[in-house]
Design a protein. Sequence first.
Length: 184
Amino acid sequence: MDEKGYWAQTRQSLQLSSTQDSLSLSLTVPAGAVKDMSDQMDTGGTPVALVGVMAAIAIPNFIKFQARARQAEAKLNLKAAYTSQRAYSMEKDRLGRTFEEIGFAPEPGRRYTYCMGKQCLPCDKGGCKVAPPPSPCQGLTSVGKGPQEGFSICAYGNLDSDDTWDVWVIDQKGEPENLSNDLE
């Protein structure tokens, strides 16, 4: 189908870069392909439009993929906080009230704010936003007096700079649950 190798060359030239505020896509169309496209356009073909359609499909899919990868941060950190709380409660026979008490400290450069009880660890990635009061986690976190009374830990972040917050919660069951999906 790609007898002259134009599509392969074009795919190999594709470069995508992103910053906090922008996404840039560039590709190089081989010189021979430009001539062929021009000839096709003279006869009614529309290969340039085809490239535009392909880009219109690829870019949103890439953005969604990138956002899902960012959601993995929240799930991994919530599972780590859950494990820290469970280990603390087994050792002390009570639940920890703060992240420091249970020994949970997420890596710097996080896109999410993590809340447990009345304590929140704000996001610290450049350009991240902390929600104005009331927090998206308000009313979703709790720490009981004993291990049997349970706990819940919440994470929220804004992945695409719109008005929707991505909100996740984990409780004594141990599986993160997405309560508000910023990707939809």
